[in-house]
Ligand binder design. Sequence first.
Ligand code: OOB
Length: 549
Amino acid sequence: MSRTLLAGCVAWPAEFEERYRAIGYWSGETFGEMLHQRAQHSPTKLAVICGSRRWTYGELDQRADRFAAGLLKLGIRARDRVVLQLPNIAEFLVACFALFRIAAVPVFALVPHRRTEITYFCRFTGATAYLIADHDGGFDFRQLARQVCADVDTLQHVIVAGDAQEFVAFDSLYAEPCRIEGPASSDIAFLQLSGGSTGIPKLIPRTHDDYLYSVRASVQICGLGPDSIYLCVLPAAHNFALSSPGSIGTLYAGGRVVMTRLPSPDTTFPLIATERVTITSLVPPLALIWLDAARCCEQDLSSLQVLQVGGARFAEEAARRVGRLLGCTLQQVFGMAEGLVNYTRFDDPAQLICGTQGRPISPDDEIRIVDDEDRNVPPGQPGHLLTRGPYTIRGYYRAEAHNAVAFTSDGFYRTGDIVRMLPSGHLIVEGRSKDQINRGGEKVAAEEIENHLIAHPAIHDVALVAMPDADFGERSCAFVIVRQRPGVVDAGALAAELLQFLRERNIARFKLPDRIEFTDSFPKTGVGKVDKRALREQIARLVSAPHQL
Ligand code: OOB
């Protein structure tokens, strides 16, 4: 029986819920139970490797229980929101499973997020706790936590993995396990971040039922089993690395998760060789770096069976090099934190593996490809991808007005992707209608950055668009119209000033424009809106012919 959902979340209509349960997609299992079962079944089997730490299933399960007890003692309760910003370390898994067990709701921030984003997540969700590592990549997160504490009234606890200074030490929370009232499988397990296309980031509520279905099906499609060893290279909290099949899928299958903070071949190739990694997932820019490094690699990468690439479009020519250079099978993954995930299948012909972004996980993933008026396009033609299904959300968290535009009245999610479907059901991502830059898998919502830039007194108007890039696929370019100023504007100095201005607004670095172009006016569409397509074409021409600058 389902309980009321966390306030601000949209449930599936009852007839869908009944159907998804009847078919068995929603199995009634929770994450906490899943890990517990694996631990009971094979307590001494290795589950997580992180540096020199090697934890068995029994140990991971125990740690999750003891950490859960510590969280309860601290006063964190079911349905409390906890902003979690951890790098790829074993504590990430302990924290997730502990929070899942006490039915508290992790909000998955990304490591590059800074004061502006974290403050927003904490305030918007009314978070009572913030969980961080002491530092990562030379950045001190305790410093950030001090600022966030000053900004957010609801925040009561900061928990730090590593040197906690004045905050609560992660390790000090391990307590005697206690009886815990777990969540229902229909409860919200966590809030994921949307790639976003609006000024304000959206949060995605996922239930144990729906997420575990996508995990279970992914495990099956990707052939994971007890012998699988997954290298977690991408941010552990991102949907791809978490559940497609990612670290949760690996644990589901009884395999082993190897955590790495650094994605570069110098670190990861030796790990693959020594830990005998069988599968990993990368975004296209990283895959290109790995392919290059593999040409003159002295490490033994022969254990690697599957390289998954997704998050952004992977060029077909690069896709064709994977087998030859890395000696493994490529799997393309086209997914979204809102739900729908597509995989190429291992027995697909090479043309489909290299030239498409895969087909949906579930027979009940409903796919519509439509024109601007929501009419189905003829088969094979490109159009807007709409989707509905057993693990695709029906609404963002506390976003009623936005939900009215992001979903159709009958519950299809408007992905903002332009796709084409082959007769086999495989999708090819042709482009995007959402106002977003996909910077090699890292998503930048144009409006969010435009809002920041327009706050600068020298700026009259601004438009952020994608420009083609050999390594990232896309980078961002800000077209800027400057207010009339006495004297000549020094473009170089102003561009530097704008970047500094953005840095001072404390946002993730990957959101800073990679290029700034000054202009007198924007091209306009028929109805008078800024014609971003024309701007994209303009910058693409400039980038492809730099000598004409
Ligand atoms: C994954 O999730 P998000 O939420 O960071 O981003 C979703 C968006 C998609 O709507 C699409 O625009 C783009 O990222 N995308 C791709 C792609 N995979 C994602 N575009 C072209 N080709 C691909 N293979 O990125 C994500 C979530 C789960 C698994 C994999 C990726």
